[in-house]
Write a protein that binds this ligand. Sequence first.
Ligand SMILES: Nc1ncnc2c1ncn2[C@@H]1O[C@H](COP(=O)(O)OP(=O)(O)O)[C@@H](O)[C@H]1O
Ligand SMILES: [Mg+2]
Length: 309
Amino acid sequence: MTVLKTVNIKDFGKKIQGKVRDIYVQGDKRILIATDRISAFDRNLGYIPQKGAVLNLLAAFWFGKTKDIIKNHLISVPDPNVSLVKSAKLIPIEMVVRGYITGVTNTSIWGSYEAGERLIYGVKFPEGLRKNQKLPKPVITPTTKAEKGHDERLTEKEIVQKKIVSLSQWKQMKKAALALFARGQKICEKAGIILVDTKYEFGFLDGKLILIDEIHTPDSSRFWIKKTYPERFKKGLEPENFDKEILRLWYAKKGYKGDGKPPEMSKKLIADLFQRYMAIYEKITGKKFVQDTPKNVNKRIQDNLRGII
Ligand SMILES: Nc1ncnc2c1ncn2[C@@H]1O[C@H](COP(=O)(O)OP(=O)(O)O)[C@@H](O)[C@H]1O
Ligand SMILES: [Mg+2]
């Protein structure tokens, strides 16, 4: 199956490449094109068919479901892989919200907790938690949004002291993040999914806080199957996950933690991820994912973009 590695669109200026999306800036708007690139450990690891469309369409679904909580950047979805959005002044903070204590890397909160830390990101964690346990209430564990290298942990104190945002702006971000997370958990729960943790990005538009980037996608979130979670947790088994965790686990098994050249993804891993991305879209939205696979996706995107700006 063909994959969209990158796009080359004429007449929209210079392409900016993120890890997953290709971006064209158009005045006060941005064209965000979700490619099929998959990243983890802050690097690109390969390609998953249809991933870009799943991501883009699922984020659009969530933007619609949460716009009463906070306004967001989405203007329109002219193509399965494309969102036209309002350009915002990006706040360089990744707002991570966690409902459960988990993770596979040393830098995950479970990694820190297991190593004996109880004050993580300036947040106090109670004694006696087990891996994958639900937290008494969701916590916010912000990181920097690094241009290069890995994201660094932040505390609320640092954010205000370094004047990344003001205290009242920070409070507004926290409130919005927790409300978005609660809404996400509720909608996922109805679909038989646990929204475990996620990441939001905010920006300013005309001086007002808005939600940007993506929301509740398998790239920005962990999802577990609700039905099997209690039993598996009791037995000390890993929850059945429906996100990128199998990718991280696959690499962890190979002893790869993000340094040096990554091993090449196996065909089976790619096929598994392809199925999962589609399945999570269908579970959450309740809609069938329609694969649109023209020979030339770049041309379809270019055609769909004609006249929208
Ligand atoms: N409305 C917006 N205004 C400005 N920047 C945005 C907006 N929405 C998303 N972005 C930025 O666009 C980029 C999206 O591409 P992505 O592939 O996710 O990049 P990254 O490698 O930084 O995660 C991100 O850097 C994100 O912060
Ligand atoms: Mg991103």
